[in-house]
Design a protein around this ligand. Structure first.
Ligand code: F6R
Length: 615
């Protein structure tokens, strides 16, 4: 969603804020703005619809000077992207500037009350209400400072927020708060760095404090960091050391983050398996399971919740858990699950899958499951994220920062973690004999090498992209483990190229989608040699009989499906459960090259944001 940055210290805030905003632009990019308290004590405020570069162009080389500032990249919720709705928003007297990520649900009633008290609003945003509310509280009590006024104001607010507030009258401090939207405070030598996530902070300091829900913080050049809850309980800040490397947030010579992240997968999958898959010992070590063995052996049921690509990983995991552990599994969209009245309680394990660890619906689903007595196992990529902290146990995917909005390496890392969990739990529950267990370990440990080999297919896939880039629609089909791969292939294509694409289980084609097939409709099949191979070959025949154009991902050495398809992409053979780790890669490369050829903004597709922290 939106990205927040802030700086307080001896350096010039402006270049730091701009650099930080560029790093955070993947969170939202429909407008950008900054407010800087300049050296003569006045507030410089610049906002613009569009990207950070549009803001810079609008500023026409002007560089405000001053060591206190805040900046924002917006992903619009209330009010269209335009200059007026861009953050920061100012109080009526121009003394306060505020940036916000989240949604103020009761902004209507607050706005009405404040309007009745003489406040005038210029934007359509929910955010503007917050800054007026703080102003109103300050106006009515001269004893209060910004920190106290913000704390009191937040007690009247319903919704989600990460905010940073600057007061012209307090040039040495910055006030921050969070609820359900992330906020990180970087602690430097006599300086503070604020951001929605650690990516803008890492090059300055490794020491950070993650604000918790309903906490308000003040960073001050004279008094340091102070945190209280909005109910006014004192909090002792806990400093955490960041483990992120700078290279991981740079493009490293690639044209786009997405391409870099696709190519990183041999390494990211290997990192995910490292230390957990212990071939020499013939074992899997995962603290989240080792420490709760009885619970996993006796669990009645697994419920997997996630959104988007992470949900697709959950669907594949369902097949794995059924295969390896013989345990009932339900896979739910977090957004549906949280608003139903699901039957869940003690004895159930809820597995929440999320790259960002901040997805609002997934977070709400785990909170509900916890209230109902289920154990929550979180699978997240971002270390220290809300879902990772609120889960009872879990496993990180260790894929490194994923900056491209379309998820690639996080997805395959999720599959690798889920494979480890399913195999480990299968062994624990006595459903996998030693021989099969060991075979699976050997096969899984060889996946990074097979993924590496797939990268050599890129020129071939680029040619296929050239041939199919003009198609207005596309169908993705697969069966068994490869049905969710078809869903993921369709999602990747539509989100970055804006070509309408649908994924289906191949057998479902006859129940409707077959009506779409003609010579203009490309159909992308996963037709690898698994238990469903013959059936998929029949489905390819049905498409060909109706003039459809077929691209098939097949197992190396395949003849039957290959003879029917117009284009063939060969991948290595593997255990059926691990084929998605391979078959998904050609679809990632295909979507990437189609989108590039169509001139799309691959890393920041329209209307999307990396981390959906509002529902
Ligand atoms: C698609 C994509 C999204 C995310 C979804 C969940 O490429 O990235 O569909 O998978 O928004 O996000 P996380 O995994 O952060 O919870």
């Amino acid at each position: 969603m939106c990205g927040i940055v802030g700086y307080l210290g001896e350096q010039e805030a402006f270049p730091l804020l701009i650099k930080g905003l560029k790093r955070l632009e993947y969170r939202g990019y429909d407008s950008a703005g900054i407010a800087i308290l300049d050296d003569d004590g006045s507030l410089e405020h610049h906002r613009r619809k569009g990207k950070v570069d549009d803001l810079l162009e609008h500023m026409n080389g002007h560089k405000p000077s001053g060591g206190l500032g805040i900046g924002h990249t917006r992903w619009a919720t209330h009010g269209p992207p335009n200059d007026v709705n861009a953050h920061p928003h100012l109080s009526g007297d121009g003394q306060l500037a505020l940036i916000h990520n989240g949604i103020i649900e009761n902004y209507h009633s607050l706005k009405e009350t404040l309007t009745g008290r003489g406040h005038t609003f210029y934007s359509d945003t929910d955010t503007e209400v917050l800054v007026h509310l703080i102003e109103e509280i300050l106006k009515n009590s001269e004893d209060l400072d910004l920190f106290e006024a913000t704390r009191i104001a937040l007690n009247e607010v319903v919704g989600a927020y990460a905010i940073a507030v600057v007061d012209v009258g307090r040039p040495h401090e910055l006030v921050l708060a969070r609820k359900s939207s992330p906020l990180v405070i970087g602690i430097g030598e006599g300086e503070f760095f604020i951001a929605s996530d650690a990516t803008p902070i890492i090059e300055y300091t490794k020491n950070v404090v993650y604000l918790e829900d309903e906490e308000v913080a003040r960073v001050s050049l004279t008094a340091g960091l102070k945190i209280r809850t909005i109910k006014n309980h004192k909090v002792t800040p806990v400093i955490t050391e960041l483990e992120m490397a700078m290279e991981s947030i740079e493009k490293g010579g690639y044209e786009h983050f997405m391409l870099k992240e696709i190519h990183e997968q041999p390494r990211s999958i290997a990192d995910c398996l490292r230390g957990r898959l212990r071939l020499g010992h013939g074992s899997i070590r995962m603290a989240g399971i080792d420490d709760h063995q009885e619970m996993w052996s006796q669990a009645q049921r697994l419920i997997i919740v996630a959104c988007g690509t992470s949900w697709h990983a959950g669907l594949i995991a369902e097949y794995m858990f059924e295969d390896f552990a013989r345990i009932p599994v339900e896979v739910e969209y977090a957004s549906e699950f949280r608003y139903r009245n699901p039957v869940i309680g003690e004895g159930d394990i809820l597995i929440a899958i999320s790259q960002s660890g901040e997805t609002a619906d997934t977070l709400a689903a785990i909170r509900m499951a916890k209230e109902k007595g289920a154990h929550v196992f979180g699978i997240c990529n971002v270390v220290g994220s809300s879902i990772s902290r609120e889960s009872h146990s879990g496993a990180y995917t260790h894929a490194g920062p994923e900056i491209g909005v379309a998820s690639t390496k996080a997805f395959t890392a999720q599959l690798a973690v889920l494979a480890l969990v399913a195999i480990r739990v299968g062994r624990l529950r006595g459903k996998l004999d030693e021989q099969r267990f060991n075979r699976l370990l050997v096969e899984l440990s060889g996946i990074p090498e097979k993924v590496q080999a797939l990268m050599a297919l890129e020129p071939e896939i680029e040619q296929i992209a050239e041939q199919f880039m003009k198609a207005p629609n596309a169908l993705f089909l697969g069966r068994g483990y490869n049905f969710p791969v078809a869903l993921e292939g369709a999602l990747k294509l539509k989100e970055i190229s804006y070509i309408h694409a649908e994924g289906y289980p191949a057998a479902e084609m006859k129940h409707g989608p077959i009506a779409l097939i003609d010579e203009n409709m490309p159909v992308f099949f996963v037709a690898t040699q698994d238990a469903h191979y013959d059936k998929v070959v029949s489905n390819i025949q049905e498409v060909k009989a109706r003039g459809g154009r077929v691209v098939a991902i097949v197992t190396a050495g395949d003849t039957e499906a290959s003879a029917l398809a117009d284009k063939v992409i060969e991948i290595h053979r593997s255990d059926d459960a691990f084929v998605p780790l391979l078959s998904t890669i050609p679809f990632q490369l295909l979507s990437y090259h189609i989108a590039v050829k169509l001139g799309r903004n691959v890393d920041q597709p329209r209307n999307l944001a990396k981390s959906v922290t509002v529902e």
